[in-house]
Design a protein around this ligand. Structure first.
Ligand SMILES: CC1=C(CCC(=O)O)c2cc3nc(cc4[nH]c(cc5[nH]c(cc1n2)c(C)c5CCC(=O)O)c(CCC(=O)O)c4C)C(CCC(=O)O)=C3C
Ligand SMILES: [Fe+2]
Length: 292
């Protein structure tokens, strides 16, 4: 039997688990005031991330798209259900081949690099099972088409004279981008492909910079909005292309924090792809490619 596992970053399953979740990401216990600040963001979006619910829906939709013959599940790098426990469960069910799909738009050492390391470390434990890890979504035509579809609908009532597009991705510490990390290239390539196909001014920007010291990827989204407004742009469509599901980074950082900061600008934030039909078809393409 074959299985597909959607691998995502993860999210805390309760407000109490925000601290332990952060410890896993950061590799050390965060100071209580930092945990309290992050907790405040989760409280403002209703006390819970929708990431798990969305990822489960994505897995269900992919199962329908793939048809008979596949189990489809999901696993997290930084919270449970963790990759090793999901793999053990599938192996007990008799699965002999597992296709891992990264639920990340762009590859980086913090996300897909870490997932791949975890998966690699399981190969010795399960010598009779074949593991395949997909290279990524950024160059998948249907991933791009899903965004084009959302953009087309959002831009319909706007004019290029006073409206523009900003593509966003999660910022990363510059030193986390190891030599050869493709994150920025993949982001820029996707943004260019989409941006240049519309007659609107467009830009890319990084969002959700963390608390760690040091240099982070720039420009930040605030900077780009400020620049757009000086050019007379009044309507800004934000496409958070760096995320495949809505969670605290879109629901708080963009929908609450950013909109509060720029209350005089008309910001329209596009939904993350979630279960967009083209996106689910893109995931199916990744599976078919791994099957060769
Ligand atoms: C690249 C990337 C993705 C995209 C992955 C992909 O999908 O491709 C992502 C997703 C996510 N990040 C998430 C949550 C958090 N990330 C944090 C901190 C950090 N993330 C980083 C990177 C990323 N993170 C980095 C470099 C740090 C700083 C570490 C440090 O400083 O050493 C912190 C700590 C506080 C803070 O710094 O904000 C939290 C709470 C959630 C869950 C949201 C929810 O529950 O709804 C999700 C999906
Ligand atoms: Fe994060």
């Amino acid at each position: 039997m074959k299985a597909v596992v959607l691998v995502a970053f993860g999210c805390p399953d309760s407000l109490e688990n925000i601290g332990p979740f952060m410890s896993k990401i950061m590799g050390k216990i965060p100071p209580p005031p930092v945990v309290a600040a992050v907790r405040g963001r989760y409280e403002r979006i209703g006390g819970k991330s929708p990431l798990t619910e969305i990822t489960q829906k994505q897995a269900k939709a992919l199962k329908v798209e793939l048809g008979e013959g596949y189990l489809v599940d999901f696993a997290y790098q930084y919270w449970s259900p963790e990759i090793p426990e999901v793999v053990s469960k599938l192996v007990l069910k008799g699965v002999k081949v597992i296709y891992f799909l990264p639920m990340s738009s762009f590859n980086s050492s913090v996300s897909t690099g870490a997932y791949q390391k975890t998966i690699k470390s399981l190969e010795n434990r399960f010598p009779t099972v074949k593991f395949f890890f997909s290279g990524g979504l950024a160059y998948e035509p249907l991933f791009i088409e899903a965004h084009r579809d959302l953009l087309q609908k959002a831009l319909k009532t706007y004019s290029p004279e006073d409206s523009g597009i900003i593509f966003t991705a999660h910022s990363l510490p510059k030193n986390a981008i190891e030599k050869g990390d493709p994150y920025f290239d993949e982001f820029l390539t996707a943004a260019k492909k989409l941006g240049s196909s519309f007659p609107f001014p467009w830009a890319y920007a990084f969002q959700s910079k963390g608390k760690s010291q040091g240099e982070w990827l720039s420009p930040g989204v605030e900077e780009v909005i400020a620049e757009f407004t000086t050019k007379g742009i009044k309507n800004i469509v934000i496409d958070p292309i760096g995320f495949v599901a809505d969670h605290v980074e879109t629901l708080y950082d963009l929908d609450i924090e950013l909109k509060e900061k720029f209350s005089d600008v008309n910001i329209k934030r596009l939904s993350a792809l979630n279960t967009h039909p083209y996106f689910i078809k893109a995931l199916k393409q990744l599976v078919l490619k791994l099957e060769g």
